[in-house]
Design a protein around this ligand. Structure first.
Ligand SMILES: O=C(O)c1ccccc1NCC(=O)[C@H](O)[C@H](O)COP(=O)(O)O
Length: 261
């Protein structure tokens, strides 16, 4: 079983439990549910840096990254650094995250927030909205084309942006549809956990210009960004490189300063 199969199997049980504990009607009545969302795609189209900075405590590939940072400080630090958006991992078992992290990030900054999660059910989109997200992630490797269509159209009806993630040409070809805003290419091979920017470079030509292109994972220096921009990438999702330091916001600020110089 590969890592995505394992995560998805656990996620099914987790979502069933959550659904039984908190009914949909309760999510829809939350204070945050009817707020005006902020579009990450719009911000990326006009930004000259395009950094989406992630809150990530641990991961299947790296085990522990950092358990010592406070999510409020990270969110405020990222906003002060001038990032375009923040990604918050909400999976507990594999990444040490939670929906409370999303809520705390929402309370601490006005950045577009991505709920970084393994979405397998519409219920998780209602949760995303109720806990303060502006953007949701759909992972082509774990969804059929019908599910991608259903979930992305539902997300749009909630005024959430949609980032669709692919790892290869086959996933890309099955996924293209108008209800997506951003197409993310993940540079991490989930069988070996190796990262290669070549994945983003080689898939870039096949991504239609209507979508904002985002390169995800393994970006650890500004040379990587400079190498990816000519391929049309406007968004760069960075987690470990900032989170492994003792001040993620300061690390992002330094990175952006260098990028602009
Ligand atoms: O990061 C992992 O090990 C991982 C394993 C299995 C599924 C997803 C995984 N990561 C999610 C992400 O997409 C990354 O957190 C994100 O792109 C940031 O990557 P990085 O800058 O390399 O921390």
């Amino acid at each position: 079983m590969n890592i995505l199969d394992k995560i998805t199997a656990d996620k099914k049980n987790e979502v069933a439990l959550r659904k039984s504990l908190i009914p949909t009607s309760q999510l829809e009545q939350s204070v945050l549910f009817n707020r005006t969302t902020i579009s990450l795609a719009k911000k990326l189209r006009t930004s000259n840096t395009g950094i989406i900075a992630e809150h990530k405590r641990r991961s299947p590939s790296k085990s522990v990254i950092n358990h010592n940072l406070n999510v409020n400080d990270v969110a405020q630090g990222y906003e002060n650094a001038g990032v375009c958006g923040m990604s918050v991992l909400t999976d507990g078992k594999y990444f040490g995250g939670s929906l409370d992290d999303l809520l705390l990030a929402r309370a601490s900054c006005n950045l577009p927030l991505l709920r970084k999660e393994f979405i397998i059910d519409e219920y998780q989109l209602l949760e995303a909205k109720a806990y303060g997200a502006d953007v949701i992630l759909l992972i082509a490797a774990i969804l059929s084309r019908d599910e991608i269509k259903r979930f992305s159209e539902f997300a749009k009806s909630l005024n959430l942006d949609v980032l669709l993630e692919v790892h290869n040409e086959e996933e890309l070809n099955k996924s293209i549809m108008p209800s997506l805003d951003m197409l993310g290419v993940n540079n991490r091979n989930l069988k070996t956990f190796d990262v290669s920017l070549e994945t983003s470079k080689s898939l870039s030509q096949q991504i239609p210009d209507d979508f904002v292109k985002v390169s995800e994972s393994g970006i650890s220096n500004i040379d990587a960004i400079k190498a990816l921009k000519p391929f049309g990438y406007q968004g760069f999702l960075i987690g470990e490189n900032f989170m492994k330091t003792n001040n993620a916001g300061e690390s992002a600020a330094q990175f952006i300063k260098e990028l602009k110089s």
